[in-house]
Design a binder for this molecule. Structure first.
Ligand code: SAH
Length: 211
């Protein structure tokens, strides 16, 4: 794709899909500007990479809609000193956005082929602050804990207690939960009394593998 076209598609995606829906943090919008989304989908879907919907990435999985990534990242309130854990690397697109904002990103993907592709793509783009793990992120990444922020890209039936344990003091966990037969994207903040919960939106993520 030509650089000029990518610039135009990015500008439109940011203005119409993100800013118009309330994504307004300059650092978050700046991060979206830097990451070429078409790089994370197969050749046949590149024309649709900047559209307002999720896309197939194979193995029954999808790259999330840009707005959902933005809502997640904006609410995670990522600082450049943060250590972030991401569960469900998928295409690696959100990983790149997180890596633009955080100091270090630790990302876990359960499907070996997606793990390999995302790792190669992100290395090719030159990111040096991402560590990759092929495994079950339901249990987090214990050796690397605690994390300031944890973002989960697949919907769980129950809140995974390992993830809550691996959150630092005042840490934030953004996770889609499917507890009542529909999914809600939740922001959970740790404080001395427990977890403060805020609902961000109804949503539709692929299921989190829990065992
Ligand atoms: N943010 C990603 C979303 C990918 S879809 C993107 O925009 O591309 C969710 C991903 O979570 C899938 O790749 C799926 O394989 C992965 N996944 C599901 N359960 C998992 C688990 N228990 N541990 C790690 N990854 C998991």
């Amino acid at each position: 794709m030509k650089k000029k076209l990518v610039e135009k598609l990015l500008d439109d995606m940011i203005a119409y899909q993100l800013e118009r829906r309330g994504i307004d943090k300059p650092d978050v919008l700046g991060a979206f500007h830097k990451v070429p989304r078409h790089f994370f989908v197969s050749k046949r879907l590149q024309d649709q990479a900047y559209e307002d919907y999720p896309l197939d990435i194979g193995y029954g999985q999808t790259i999330s809609q840009p707005y959902i990534v933005a809502l997640t990242v904006q609410n995670a309130n990522i600082k450049n000193t943060d250590k972030v854990l991401e569960i469900g690397t998928g295409s690696g697109y959100q990983t790149a956005i997180l890596a633009e904002l955080a100091q270090e990103v630790y990302t876990v993907e359960i499907i070996p082929e997606l793990y390999e592709t995302a790792k190669n793509n992100l290395n090719q783009l030159g990111y040096e602050n991402i560590r990759f793990l092929n495994g079950n992120g339901y249990f987090g990444w214990k050796e690397m804990a605690p994390f300031n922020k944890i973002v989960v890209s697949a919907a769980a039936k129950y809140l995974p207690s390992d993830l809550v344990d691996q959150l630092d003091q005042e840490g934030k966990l953004i996770i889609p939960l499917d507890t009542h037969g529909w999914q809600e994207l939740l922001s959970l903040t740790k404080d001395p009394y427990g977890l403060r919960k805020e609902k961000l939106c109804d949503c539709r993520f692929v299921p989190l593998v829990e065992k």
